[in-house]
Design a binder for this molecule. Structure first.
Ligand code: MG
Length: 380
């Protein structure tokens, strides 16, 4: 095996990390970001992603993406890009694997519902919640709450943040106030997320039958690769055809992103991670491919995410979350003693933490336990 080439000067370097909230001995023989990645994989919140909805609720079919397989695809795409740009693969992987740790059950419907519930209590943002998971909610270490990750990993997890919240976050929030960027590794993870979900939602959407190949021909990105595949394999149909198209779309997006980013890096003349933070966003697609990507996104929004059958699922999910939240807020004594203590300390935020941590199936079970009349006599 050939030795790994030295990282570019603008990459995040383990030895130069801004460090952890609680000082710890070095991670050697692992690197610091490798340790972060490992801590994320071992966390409880990571395992819960298996039963959290991406678009289709988990029990609708065994082949649909869940938030866990989504996160793995993001990490894989992110690592490919990071390696091609000669930046820190492990940091990109860590940020990718952690980026959805704070996501509620039931996908975006869950996040919107919880945000509405928390309107008078500081709101709910899943990015901020992912940070809260790794900074506070995981309880695994003797000496600190959370996973005590490096600054660079936490900076990458906090993709967006309102200015009001940024002011509360000290060093980590400062970049939003100063309008600065995170590391290239974080910027890559962010776009790897977009590449992953656009493509796997095409795949899952077709599998579900809610969208069709004919409809998708409205998207030039899809149509271009569809025609390429059909020219080469005129007899191909079914799942193999879909996969041949999608793998080409992913490839096109990755190669465009890498080429465009390389030229932006060169133009900006960045030499260090500090230069990256002070520059405008440097990781991105060419104008042409960005338009194609937006067109596909728009198609998916109108035809898949807003499909009436998906809307029925999301509206039901929102009602489950609203009902649980309202009930726990009014009657905290329905919570187990540990959660009651958290509510005494953190008020409504502790209820949001509890609900955000639920998997889809746990939220449904909890809903039945509280509201299901057939279980009124059952203690378990
Ligand atoms: Mg994501």
């Amino acid at each position: 095996m050939s030795a790994r080439p030295e990282l570019a000067s603008f990459a995040a370097i383990d030895a130069l990390t801004r460090g952890r909230l609680h000082a710890e001995p070095p991670a050697a023989p692992r690197g610091e970001f490798q340790r972060d990645r490992d801590r994320i994989v071992h966390s409880t919140a990571f395992r819960r992603l298996e039963y959290k909805t991406q678009v289709f609720v988990n029990h609708e079919g065994d082949h649909f993406r869940t938030r866990l397989t989504h996160s793995l695809e993001v990490a894989q795409i992110g690592r490919t890009i990071a390696r091609l740009l000669n930046i820190n693969e492990e940091l990109t992987e860590a940020v990718s694997l952690a980026h959805d740790l704070g996501h509620t059950p039931f996908g975006h419907a869950g996040q919107d519902a919880l945000n509405a519930c928390m309107k008078d209590h500081g709101g709910f943002e899943h990015n901020l919640q992912s940070l809260r998971v790794v900074d506070r909610l995981e309880q695994r270490y003797a000496e600190f709450d959370g996973l005590n990750l490096c600054f660079e990993t936490r900076e990458g997890i906090l993709k967006h943040c309102s200015l009001a919240n940024a002011r509360e976050l000290g060093e980590l929030g400062q970049r939003f106030l100063d309008r600065k960027q995170p590391s290239l590794e974080a910027q890559v993870a962010n776009l790897a997320d977009e590449i992953a979900y656009n493509n796997h939602d095409v795949d899952d959407g077709l599998r579900s039958g809610l969208i069709s190949t004919d409809g998708l021909m409205q998207s030039r990105l899809f149509a271009r690769h569809h025609d390429e595949v059909m020219a080469k394999y005129p007899q191909l149909s079914g799942r193999r055809k879909v996969h041949e198209i999608i793998r080409r779309m992913i490839n096109t997006l990755i190669l465009d992103l890498v080429a465009t980013t390389r030229s932006s890096l060169e133009k900006a003349g960045v030499k260090s991670i500090e230069d990256v933070r002070n520059a405008p966003p440097l990781v991105g697609f060419s104008d042409e491919v960005r338009d194609l990507q937006h067109e596909l996104k728009h198609y998916l929004r109108v035809n898949l995410y807003q499909h009436y059958q998906v809307m029925r699922m999301t509206s039901k999910a929102a009602r489950i979350i609203q009902s649980l939240f309202g009930t726990f807020l009014n009657e905290p004594r329905l919570l187990s003693p540990g959660h009651q203590e958290n509510v005494q300390r953190d008020g409504a935020r502790a209820i949001a933490d509890y609900i955000a941590g639920m998997t889809d199936r746990y939220a449904m079970r909890e809903y039945r336990r509280i509201f299901g009349v057939e279980e009124i006599a059952g203690l378990f």
